[in-house]
Design a binder for this molecule. Structure first.
Ligand code: PSU
Ligand code: MN
Length: 303
């Protein structure tokens, strides 16, 4: 799979991909194979992949494979959300950037850059959301607010059960974000298909879904959540998961992980404690989301 086959097909519908998942969500040696795999799924469906990143202080909305390799070889790219993208770029231009002006896009910044580039569909793993304990300790992802600003449809397996799934679902409703279940009535919780809360509508085929997405984004100029549950065969047993999660959270807390460092710290610990089971599940659900996103993008039919 060479990146040229993907990027030369300029007339094909585009699917945005985020780089935080690649650079902070999986072990470093798996990032490039994962990118190749996801790009191949998009290409095979008749669409073209568009990975987003900030590279040498510049926002790039069609990151090449070589550029991704350069990011992997250099100092760790900062995880950027809507509040920090400009700061990372600015520090590079002033010559004072610890991350060499490289930034990995989260859901919020991928949506922002996709919207600027006119890309309507984006596939990720899971949304950021409302962290647990928000009564005393407020940590809510910028991802949720991005849906109120950027007209991009995001295919996601819900939000991770390291978050407060019900509060995240409520927050999406508060923000007026439509949550569409793709072949499901339940808002999924990443490693499990049923997150215990509902969706605004269920669609069973990509063509009908694409029509809704196109009309809704034309009407509102805002984003849409497409909740696509993990395939049944890849689901993780919730009881086992609860045990791994308790330990992963304790480890992240002991290390003093705060704010945007929490998600990568907990995910890394989960992958280790589960003997790779959560990592395999994570990869399976992202592949599934990418396939659905490509189908929707093709059904929308615009590059
Ligand atoms: N879901 C994953 N892996 C990830 C993330 C989500 O399975 O790496 C990333 C996404 O980029 C998401 C971000 O946008 O975590 C949310 O981080 P925060 O909670 O700091 O906003
Ligand atoms: Mn946060």
């Amino acid at each position: 799979m060479s990146q040229n086959t993907a990027t030369w097909a300029y007339n094909r519908p585009r699917v945005a991909l985020e780089t935080t998942l690649l650079l902070h969500g999986v072990p470093p040696e798996q990032a490039l194979p994962m990118y190749d795999d996801l790009a191949a799924i998009v290409t095979a469906a008749g669409a073209q992949p568009r990975a987003m990143a900030v590279l040498d202080g510049r926002p790039i909305s069609d990151l090449s494979r070589c550029q991704l390799q350069a990011m992997l070889a250099g100092p760790s790219a900062s995880k950027i959300n809507t509040s920090s993208m400009g700061v990372v770029a600015d520090a590079w231009w002033r010559g004072s950037s610890p991350s060499r002006g490289h930034g990995a896009t989260t859901v919020s910044t991928t949506m922002e850059m996709a919207a600027m580039a006119g890309i309507r569909v984006f596939a990720t793993g899971g949304l950021g959301g409302v962290h647990k304990g928000y009564g005393t300790h407020w940590d809510v992802s910028a991802d949720l607010y991005a849906f109120t600003r950027f007209p991009v449809a995001v295919v996601t397996s819900g939000c991770k059960s390291i978050l407060d799934v019900q509060a995240t679902r409520e927050m999406l409703e508060t923000l007026g974000v439509p949550v569409i279940g793709y072949r499901t009535d339940s808002f999924p919780a990443f490693y499990t298909r049923d997150g215990g809360c509902g969706v605004d509508a269920k669609f069973d085929d990509a063509a009908t879904l694409a029509t809704f997405v196109r009309h809704e984004m034309a009407r509102t100029c805002r984003g849409v959540v497409i909740a696509n549950p993990i395939p049944e065969a890849d689901e993780i047993d919730p009881v086992k998961f609860a045990g791994w999660l308790a330990q992963a959270e304790a480890e992240a807390a002991a290390k003093g992980a705060m704010g945007r460092a929490v998600t990568p710290a907990v995910l890394g610990a989960l992958h280790r404690l589960s003997g790779g089971a959560t990592l395999r599940a994570n990869i399976a659900l992202v592949r599934h989301n990418v396939a659905v996103a490509a189908e929707v993008a093709v059904a929308i039919g615009e590059p």
